[in-house]
Design a protein around this ligand. Structure first.
Ligand code: SF4
Length: 698
């Protein structure tokens, strides 16, 4: 272990808090973690997950040798040559017998930029498959599609987080930042003092509670009615002539169609669909328009729906009508969740993209990237299919037969989890790269042990588009190999063209060249430059100093204008919006991260939240005969979850909430369905019709 303090960033969420890792003391074997005081997004603060992040490094369940499933059905330790030869042989045979698209790759939004880039290149060049996508499809795809449609580019926050410090009004729709990224709340202190924090959430979440005592307004709409709410707010902005007409004329196109699309949404009609009182709607519309420094932010609560892209578009339309976007001191943004949810969607892990956030269907983009890779552009496969379609192809006739999973625990995180498990069990070969035996790794034919965040060099890109250095503080255990090494070894065995470095700084340089001229241009960056601590916001082309704020002069469309896009609300006879029906929304807790594969292994976090609890209103529980802390059963046609009730007046009568961090019989995604947004491929996680009943035991 290096005895020097190492400056790095948290392994978990997209806020990417700065932190320092120290050396263990003789009387304390743990690795000390200190919040990075100089890093502007957290200013020394960390949440529980950050403070305890080093504990996973020494977790007892660590996988430190390749594991191979034997004839007895059990996973047993093997050696690298054996497993790499076996994987290469099976992939080659599958391609030969069933075609290149019979092999697939499923990536993750927690991988470093270097790994995400190399994984996309590996899929296209070494496997020759179009079948690659990643778990960011479950998080950011709707907001990304809306951003690309409106602005021509998608960067979660197109401004630094610190811009929020001086805001007068901040509207947050569907994001519980007080639980998911607590240090972010410090940036809302000013707006709370000014009484301008507006939270939209069906629950009185920890973030909604920040509006108490005159700090703001909490709107508590029916789950899935956010699009109507946003259409109604824009209707009021138009009706009260609060629109910024000069801005619309100078910087946008498409206003007339959007203006007409809001016509049906009188406040009374919006109240009837959303449950939000007319007076609240008027107060919010006026506050948004008249505030000095107004921001609109969306999160998964409004995006993880079959109309998620249109809902994010409606939020963008509202922000554009008010003239907020591209003006210092105001703006629109979306709160990226996973640690490298931003960078993970820029470098080629998505089924339709090449590095630099380029379209894989664009001939010029293909030529550029092919030149960097040293191949003929014609050898790069075309677009594949988004994550849910890819998962549905597993084991099907003519579908995917071999799957490589990197940095994702799909058995817990994907919707309709039981069907996903069944599909994985149908495969000829399942290879999972992970550092613990996650629920998905436990099903694999081969488990590949990889380093954790503090054992590797690399870069991440935060929710504000800032590229950050992740640094090695200690060596990985003997027997563990980096993904870059594994991909090089497999590429060599598969006779792949191009050069496959195992050195992160070299891969980053190649990534930067591949991104040159693209939307997410990293060409002016290097590990060396990032090591100086430069605030590196992309695009950062060669010779520039980066772009902390996007859209100040123009948007990324060819004409430089933002596009307003008319959107329609879903049908009113939606069963989840009828009386007597309970709607399940899933979400996160302060103590856990994503599928919980890491945080369920940290004793402090697991002790604080050891089991899944179903949040349910006391009146609803009373009607159903459910007591507090009592066993309950939640069912859909797809599956049943057994957990414990948590009675709370902080949730609507028609809504229940279940965290999705837990596995087995407590796994929330046993209930969710595979319906997706037709534009983005985002699953519907936040509006599942369920039945709930008391049971005699859990
Ligand atoms: Fe880590 Fe996010 Fe917590 Fe910061 S807020 S310490 S990045 S989990």
């Amino acid at each position: 272990m290096d005895r020097v303090t190492t400056a790095t960033h948290c392994p978990y969420c997209a806020l990417q808090c700065g932190m320092s890792l120290g050396a263990p003391a003789a009387d304390h074997p743990g690795i000390p973690v200190v919040g990075g005081r100089d890093f502007p997004t957290n200013r020394g603060g960390l949440c529980k997950k950050g403070w305890t992040s080093a504990e996973v490094l020494g977790t007892p369940g660590r996988v430190t040798r390749p594991l191979l499933r034997g004839a007895d059905g059990r996973l047993a330790e093997s050696d690298w040559d054996t497993v790499l030869d076996l994987i290469a042989d099976r992939l080659r045979a599958s391609r030969r017998e069933h075609g290149a698209d019979s092999v697939a790759v499923f990536g993750g939004g927690g991988l470093t930029n270097e790994k995400a880039y190399q994984l996309g290149k590996f899929a296209r060049l070494a496997l020759g498959t179009s079948r690659i996508d990643y778990n960011g499809r479950f998080c950011m795809s709707s907001a990304a599609a809306a951003g690309n449609r409106a602005f021509g580019v998608d960067r979660g926050l197109p401004f630094p987080v610190t811009d929020l410090d001086d805001a007068d009004t901040v509207l947050i729709l569907g994001s519980n930042v007080a639980a998911t990224m607590p240090p972010f709340v410090a940036h809302l202190a000013g707006v709370r003092e000014r009484g301008g924090l507006i939270i939209v959430d069906p629950r009185r979440s920890a973030t909604a509670a920040l509006t108490d005592d005159g700090a703001g307004i909490h709107l508590q709409p029916t789950p899935g009615s956010d699009l109507v709410l946003l259409l109604g707010l824009l209707h009021l902005v138009i009706a009260e002539d609060l629109v910024d007409h000069d801005y619309l004329a100078e910087r946008t196109s498409g206003w007339e169609g959007v203006r007409r699309s809001t016509a049906p949404w009188w406040p009374e009609a919006v109240q009837a669909r959303t449950g939000v009182p007319v007076e609240q709607l008027r107060a919010v519309a006026r506050r948004l328009a008249r505030g000095r420094g107004t921001f609109i932010l969306t999160g998964r609560g409004v995006e993880q729906h079959v109309d998620g892209t249109d809902t994010a578009t409606a939020a963008i339309n509202l922000a554009l009508a008010l003239g907020l976007v591209g003006r210092p001191g105001s703006g629109y943004g979306t709160m990226t969740g996973q640690g490298n949810g931003q960078g993970g969607r820029e470098h080629g892990q998505k089924c339709d993209q090449l590095p630099g956030y380029r379209s894989i269907s664009n001939p010029a983009a293909r030529e550029h990237v092919a030149a960097v890779w040293g191949v003929d552009a014609a050898t790069i496969p075309g677009p594949g299919v988004p994550a849910i379609r890819l998962l549905r192809e597993l084991g099907e006739p003519g579908g995917v037969r071999c799957l490589l999973v990197h940095g994702s625990n799909v058995v817990v995180s994907a919707p309709d989890a039981a069907a996903v498990r069944t599909a994985l069990e149908r495969l000829d070969l399942l290879v999972v790269c992970d550092f613990v035996l996650s629920e998905t790794a436990a099903l694999a034919d081969v488990v590949i042990p990889v380093p954790q965040w503090a054992e590797e060099e690399g870069t991440m890109t935060s929710l504000e588009g800032r590229v950050l250095r992740r640094r090695r503080a200690l060596d990985a255990p003997d027997g563990v190999r980096s993904e870059l090494w594994i991909l090089r070894e497999l590429a060599a065995r598969l006779d792949a063209p191009s050069v496959w470095s195992t050195e992160p700084s070299v891969v980053f340089d190649e990534l930067a060249r591949a991104s040159a001229g693209g939307l997410a241009d990293y060409s002016g960056l290097s590990h060396e430059l990032l090591d100086t601590g430069v605030a590196a916001y992309w695009p950062y082309p060669t010779g520039s100093t980066g772009t902390p704020r996007l859209f100040l002069d123009r948007f990324a469309h060819d004409d430089g204008r933002a596009r307003l896009v008319p959107v329609r609300a879903r049908a009113a006879d939606d069963p989840a919006q009828r009386d007597g029906v309970l709607t399940l929304i899933t979400g996160r807790l302060l103590e856990h991260y994503q599928s919980g594969a890491q945080t369920r292994r940290v004793p402090e976090l697991q002790d604080a939240q050891p089991i899944a609890r179903l949040q349910i209103h006391p009146a609803t529980a009373d009607r159903l005969g459910i007591a507090d802390e009592a066993p309950v059963e939640i069912s859909t046609t797809r599956g049943t979850v057994r957990c414990v009730s948590q009675l709370s007046a902080d949730i609507r009568h028609d809504t229940v909430f279940l965290p999705f961090h837990y596995a087995g019989a407590e796994s929330a995604n046993l209930l969710t369905e595979g319906a997706v947004d037709p534009i983005s491929g985002m699953p519907e996680f936040k509006r599942t019709t369920v039945t709930v009943r008391p049971v005699g035991g859990v």
